[in-house]
Design a protein around this ligand. Structure first.
Ligand code: FEO
Length: 171
């Protein structure tokens, strides 16, 4: 049986992961509208990974004999202007998610829930990767400036990203 405080914070985290999927989907639609189909692919693949993040939490709560509490998912931000601005928003959002995951870790420690403390390590590592990915693309976009040929090449590169299901148990 899972501790109630830990259960609540994990349910809240499910909502944040599904909101993340919405946000990335909104970004994907924006990139599709402006003809950057590789960027659209990259953000759509990320949306699917965010669903996986939510589902791993969902399965974990059930495995611990907890209660699932699915909360309303807010409409995502849609004020997108250009690739650099979108990726700066991505980095800000991922930093917010990292703080949220860190809070789950602290809460698990406080409540002596070592199983959750161990479980959440997977997310801590995942957040390092997600922030690094966004930062890498931001650096490239800043370096290219208004160079359309470089943007075109980056779009092609981002178009090669493929979805691979994230699974906690197989890690
Ligand atoms: Fe699931 Fe991008 O954090």
């Amino acid at each position: 049986m899972i501790n109630k405080k830990v259960e609540d914070i994990l349910n809240a985290q499910i909502n944040k992961e599904f909101y993340s999927a919405y946000l990335y989907l909104a970004m994907s639609a924006f990139f599709d509208e402006i003809g950057l189909y590789g960027f659209a692919n990259w953000t759509k693949v990320q949306a699917r990974e965010e669903v996986d993040h939510g589902m791993i939490l969902f399965d974990y709560i059930i495995e611990r004999d907890g209660t699932i509490d699915l909360q309303q998912i807010n409409s995502p931000d849609r004020s997108f202007e250009n690739p650099l601005q979108v990726f700066e928003k991505i980095l800000d959002h991922e930093k917010y998610v990292t703080e949220s995951i860190n809070c789950v870790a602290y809460m698990s420690d406080d409540e002596c829930d070592l199983a959750t403390r161990h479980f959440i390590n997977w997310y801590i590592s995942e957040q390092v990767e997600e922030e690094a990915n966004a930062l890498d693309i931001i650096k490239k976009l800043k370096m290219f400036g208004e160079d359309k040929a470089s943007l075109y090449q980056l779009d092609k590169d981002l178009g090669t990203r493929t979805y691979q299901q994230h699974s906690y148990k197989s890690e």
